[in-house]
Design a protein around this ligand. Structure first.
Ligand code: ADP
Length: 470
């Protein structure tokens, strides 16, 4: 038996800003189907969590959390959801705020949470063998565990190396409560770096696709951490994410207009519905391209922005759903106003609209500059929307470019971060739409694509097994 505690900063259905929440909301279930695993999850309690969940919380204990020379009081609460035990750390000073991230003191907030995870360990009715922390927000929990609880093994998963939790070196004395001999483990380029601290201290490091595990050992993708990742490459493994196929299922999805399995006719009803809603030309035969994403540089929107004017000359429709950088929001809103019958831009975060776009679309655009795994292309495949991606990270591992000769492949891809490669790939996808001899085998492959957690859960269980036997 292995008792595993996940520590993370977001999780569906409680709070979500991106793919991390999907992973933390579905991997524990997959792991617990193996009876030798007991996975529980600990999260911060955010103001924005739905009242229906807040009302169901049970008090576990008060905790005192040292934060430098101060201490903070917090409450540890618990909740059972779909067979998983969740713990929440409640402290209104740090988490009783609007939203999740983006505050000037995010570093301090998540050092506090990381330390609270350690203080919570003796208070829960499970002897934790393995602490599995996710991304920089819980990176310091790995360091604290290694320093204070040598009886516990640690796993750290990099979901996105771009965000690392940088603080000035004064944070060491102000926040950490550990001896000066531990400074070097947390330090990077003269500052405190929570992700580096985890990479230094973790027993095992995982990331969310095999290709990304290789990429982050190179300076172009490592965001400055390639030297430590190369040092630790013997303990670094890439395990591809899955999705919860019950949750993202067009057969049962309550948000979409017309539920379907593989029927293109039913899928087109979703397109017509969306065209009507968005005042686009109502014609189910016009190919629809969508993007559902954070509107940030990582996702390759500079490329799309550059070629949209050209691409919109074709008989296509483009719908973009997302929020993010002001410049992308503005330029996509501009194209929507210039071509109101062909393009719509929805600047919001909405689960319902996201599902309607996946269901309505023929193609899903994801030309990321880098992509640790990417879940959106997997969800798109699940809704029979053909992904068009750049060959990087998890996109390379999950989308196989269609080959007309062999009939293999479940999407389209291009290699270089270059706007015209994207344009040519979009045009090629459009050509296939009008050629049933090519389109049919492609759709067949899309219908067969599956990305459940089964195989990946086995790989994680293997990592845990190795650690507890050490
Ligand atoms: P990342 O985690 O880098 O944002 P992923 O592709 O791994 O990217 O996961 C993104 C997740 O967030 C998907 O579930 C996607 O549907 C969802 N998402 C992104 N933007 C929005 C939005 N504006 N509204 C609703 N869901 C969104």
């Amino acid at each position: 038996m292995k008792n595993i505690l996940f520590a993370a900063s977001e999780c569906t259905p409680f709070i979500k800003t991106g793919g991390l929440a999907d992973v933390i909301g579905s991997l524990p279930q997959a792991l617990n189907t193996d009876r030798t695993n007991e996975v529980r999850v600990i999260l911060p309690l955010y103001e924005g969590m739905d009242d229906s969940f807040k009302d169901s919380l049970t008090f576990v204990s008060d905790i005192t959390v040292p934060v430098g020379w101060r201490s903070q009081q917090a409450s540890l609460l618990s909740l059972q959801h779909e067979g998983i035990t969740f713990y929440f750390v409640q402290n209104d000073f740090y988490f009783g705020r609007y939203g999740t991230y983006g505050y000037f003191d995010d570093g301090e907030r998540f050092v506090f949470f990381s330390r609270a995870v350690i203080e919570a360990l003796p208070l829960i009715d499970m002897d934790v063998d393995i602490l599995h922390a996710h991304d920089w927000q819980t990176g310091m929990a790995v360091a604290f565990a290694n320093i204070m609880r040598p009886d516990i093994r640690t796993v750290f998963t990099i979901h996105n190396i771009q965000h690392q939790g940088w603080m000035t070196h004064e944070a060491f004395g102000d926040l950490m409560n550990i001896g000066p001999e531990h400074f070097a483990g947390l330090e990077w380029q003269g500052m405190i770096n929570c992700m580096k601290a985890a990479l230094f201290h973790a027993d095992k490091i995982t990331t969310v696709s095999p290709t990304y595990a290789e990429e982050i050992k190179q300076p172009y993708y490592s965001e400055g951490l390639d030297s430590i990742l190369n040092e630790r490459s013997g303990d670094l493994i890439g395990i591809i994410n899955g999705i919860n196929a019950d949750e993202y299922n067009p057969v049962t999805d309550p948000y979409i207009f017309s539920q379907y399995k593989t029927s293109r006719l039913k899928k087109k009803e979703n397109k017509l519905f969306l065209q009507r809603e968005l005042c686009l030309t109502e014609d189910p035969d016009i190919p629809m391209y969508v993007a559902v994403s954070r509107l940030v540089e990582q996702k390759g929107f500079h490329l799309l922005e550059r070629i949209l004017e050209d691409f919109l000359q074709e008989n296509v429709q483009v719908v973009i759903l997302g929020t993010g950088d002001y410049s992308f929001e503005q330029s996509f809103a501009y194209f929507a106003s210039r071509y109101p019958k062909k393009m719509a831009t929805l600047l919001k975060f909405s689960e319902a609209t996201a599902r309607q776009l996946y269901a309505a679309s023929d193609f899903f655009i994801m030309p990321s500059k880098f992509e640790p795994c990417g879940l959106s292309q997997l969800i798109a495949l699940q809704y029979k929307s053909i992904p068009i991606v750049r060959e990087t990270g998890g996109l390379r591992d999950t989308v196989q470019p269609f080959n007309e000769i062999t009939g293999e492949g479940n999407g389209f891809s291009f290699a270089n971060y270059n706007a015209h490669e994207l344009l040519y790939t979009l045009r090629y996808s459009l050509l296939t739409y009008s050629r049933p001899d090519i389109y049919k085998p492609l759709i067949k492959n899309v219908n067969k694509s599956q990305f459940s957690w089964k195989d990946s859960a086995k790989l994680y269980t293997g990592v845990y097994k190795e650690l507890v036997s050490r």
